[in-house]
Design a protein. Structure first.
Length: 262
């Protein structure tokens, strides 16, 4: 009798183990399927508003969820060079993409210009400042000026170039408050941490800010380039999203956010 009960218990344990294994296998397959339907895009911070809209449309039309990682182009490029799980890189300038092509981290035939960026002088509306030119940044009224870090953020570098072109860099250098990227610099102005700042036109259209376009003759052209990451397992999807960005529908959205089209 005891032997029979022992056999029954062993059989029940075996059945339970089999069921649990099947459940785990199903969960793993679901997780794998979910991962396969995701596209990971590293994008410069100036692209946040435009790319989030593009990503939603792409997902609706293709069934592939686009997961964005926004940051400064220099920092994102470094992460890709270090093997970060990224499928597509959209830089705020072409230099970082060209470097990754040379190092073998971007597939050369996939690199493409997709936008020309512009910078603006942004002012917090609650600051009661009426600042419309770079020369006015030397005013004693202005203690803090937001700027993305020029060492790794293309929009910050463009802002620095504009100030240098006007002969103002040395006069305002001590007032500068550096953001990790242009999106953070915009937030500094938006929240009033800095009453003014030099930011991207593409993210300046928020209710807290007024802005004045800075003539592009004062800085190097912000030619924005993208490319598919060579170690990506989703290169086909990455190419599809890149093509969508440069499609008539994609270009219309980019233009809506203030980008000039190449």
């Amino acid at each position: 009798m005891r032997k029979k009960n022992l056999i029954q218990i062993i059989m029940l344990l075996l059945i339970s183990a089999t069921l649990m294994s099947a459940c785990n296998l199903g969960d793993n397959q679901e997780d794998k399927s979910a991962q396969e339907d995701e596209l990971h895009v590293a994008a410069a911070s100036d692209l946040r508003f435009a790319f989030e809209e593009l990503g939603e449309i792409f997902e609706e039309e293709n069934g592939t969820k686009v997961v964005f990682q926004f940051g400064s182009s220099g920092n994102l490029a470094q992460q890709i060079a270090n093997g970060a799980p990224i499928d597509l890189f959209a830089s705020a300038n072409k230099e970082f993409v060209d470097k990754l092509v040379k190092s073998g981290d971007i597939v050369e035939e996939t690199k493409a210009l997709y936008a020309i960026g512009r910078i603006v002088l942004a002012v917090n509306k609650d600051s009661n400042l009426d600042v419309r030119s770079l020369e006015e940044l030397t005013s004693a009224e202005i203690e803090n000026i937001a700027l993305a870090n020029p060492s790794h953020a293309p929009y910050g570098l463009a802002g620095k170039e504009a100030l240098e072109s006007k002969g103002l860099w040395k006069s305002v250098k001590e007032k500068l408050v550096y953001g990790e990227n242009v999106s953070q610099a915009m937030q500094f102005v938006r929240t009033g941490s800095a009453p003014v700042g030099i930011i991207a036109l593409s993210i300046a259209e928020v209710k807290e800010l007024d802005y004045t376009l800075i003539d592009e003759k004062y800085h190097n052209r912000l030619e924005q380039m993208l490319g598919v990451v060579s170690h990506s397992n989703e290169q086909d999807s990455a190419k599809e999203f890149a093509e969508f960005i440069n499609s008539p529908q994609g270009r219309e959205i980019m233009e809506k956010y203030g980008f000039y089209l190449p």
